[in-house]
Design a protein around this ligand. Structure first.
Ligand SMILES: NC(=O)c1ccc[n+]([C@@H]2O[C@H](COP(=O)([O-])OP(=O)(O)OC[C@H]3O[C@@H](n4cnc5c(N)ncnc54)[C@H](OP(=O)(O)O)[C@@H]3O)[C@@H](O)[C@H]2O)c1
Length: 274
C-alpha cells in the first residue's frame, strides 16, 4: 500500500506549499482526493491556496517556520488538535545559497542546512514514529539533480541535496515491510521563486541551463506523487534530466568540476566582481 488512500481523518502535509513545486504538490494530491495541510511561513499565500483547493477537498493552512525546532515540534500537535493523522508527508520546502562560499553570508549557509537537512530529519522521524505503528504512511522528499555530484557555485546546497538522496534511500530500506514507503524526487531546473529567494538573476541563470532540461512544476509534482503511488523509491524528474545526470556522473570528475566551475553563472558574476 505505497500511497495510503484518502480518508476524512488523515492528511497529506506539504512543506513549502506557499509557492512553486510545493503548491503544485498540494494541487496534485488534492486532485487525487487527499485532504492537504499546507505548511510554510507566508500565511496569506497558504490561505489563498487552501481556499482554491478547499472547493474539492479538506485543506488547511498552518504557518510554521520549519527552521525552528520548537515550531517543528508543535506542528504535529497542531495537526492532531484538528483530529487529523499524518498519512503523507511531502518534505518539499527548500532554500539555497548561490555563489562563491567566500562571498556567501555564513548565516545563510547554515540556514539552508536547517531547512534542507535538519527539518527533513526531524519531521520525517516524527512522522514515521506515528506511521509505522499505524501500519500506513508515505514520505516524499525533494532532492535535486544538483545533489548527484559536487556543484561549485551551489556547493553547500548540492551537499544538502546529496544528504536528502542518501537519507531517503536508507530510510526506504529500513522501513521495507512496514507498510510505510519512502520516495525521493530530484527535479532539474524549474521556474519558481527559488532563484529570486537566493538573490540570483533569473535570466542569467536560465540562459546557463539548456532549455530542454526545464520542467513545469506541476509535472515535477505529478512525477513525485507517482513515485510514492507506484513505490519507485528515488527518481529523477523527467527522462532528459535522467540522461543529463547519468551522463554527468560518467564524466571524469575533475573535468566535470572544472566545467561546472567555469560555466556556473553565479561564479562568473562573483569572479568579475572581485
Ligand atoms: N526550482 C528549481 O529549479 C529546483 C530544482 C531542484 C530542486 N528544487 C527543490 O524543490 C523544492 C521547492 O523549491 P521551489 O523551486 O518550489 O522554490 P520556491 O518557489 O522558492 O519554494 C520554496 C518553498 O519553501 C518554503 N520555505 C523556505 N524556507 C522555509 C522555512 N524556514 N519554513 C517553512 N517553509 C519554508 C517557502 O515558503 P515561505 O517562504 O512562505 O516560508 C516556499 O514555499 C526545494 O526543496 C528545492 O530545493 C528546486
Amino acid at each position: 500500500m505505497p500511497l495510503p488512500p484518502p480518508s476524512p481523518t488523515s492528511t497529506a502535509v506539504v512543506t513549502g506549499a506557499s509557492s512553486g513545486i510545493g503548491a503544485d504538490f498540494a494541487r496534485e494530491l488534492a486532485a487525487r482526493g487527499h485532504g492537504v495541510t499546507l505548511v510554510a511561513r507566508r500565511s496569506e499565500r497558504l490561505q489563498e491556496l487552501a481556499a482554491e483547493l478547499g472547493t474539492a477537498v479538506r485543506a488547511e493552512a498552518i504557518a510554521c517556520d520549519i527552521a525552528d525546532p520548537d515550531a517543528r515540534a508543535a506542528l504535529f500537535d497542531r495537526i492532531a488538535e484538528r483530529g487529523l493523522t499524518v498519512d503523507i508527508l511531502v518534505n518539499n520546502a527548500g532554500i539555497g545559497t548561490i555563489g562563491l562560499v567566500t562571498r556567501v553570508p555564513p548565516v545563510d549557509e547554515v540556514a539552508q542546512v536547517r531547512v534542507n537537512v535538519e527539518a527533513i530529519v526531524d519531521l520525517t522521524t516524527r512522522a514515521v514514529q506515528q506511521m509505522v505503528p499505524r501500519g500506513r504512511g508515505a514520505i516524499l522528499n525533494v532532492g535535486s539533480t544538483a545533489g548527484f555530484y559536487p556543484f561549485p557555485g551551489q556547493t553547500a546546497y548540492a551537499a544538502t541535496k546529496a544528504f536528502v538522496h542518501t537519507y531517503s534511500e536508507g530510510l526506504r530500506a529500513e522501513l521495507a515491510g512496514t507498510s510505510v514507503t519512502v520516495a525521493m524526487v530530484a527535479p532539474g531546473p524549474v521556474r519558481t521563486e527559488f532563484l529570486r529567494a537566493a538573490g540570483m538573476d533569473e535570466k542569467k541563470f536560465a540562459a546557463a541551463f539548456p532549455k530542454f532540461l526545464w520542467m513545469p512544476s506541476r509535472e515535477v509534482a505529478r512525477i513525485g506523487v507517482d513515485a510514492i503511488e507506484h513505490d519507485r523509491g528515488n527518481v529523477i524528474a523527467g527522462r532528459r534530466n535522467w540522461v543529463a545526470t547519468r551522463f554527468a556522473q560518467m564524466l571524469p570528475r575533475a573535468f566535470l568540476l572544472k566545467t561546472l566551475r567555469e560555466q556556473h553563472p553565479a561564479l562568473r558574476r562573483d569572479r568579475s566582481a572581485r
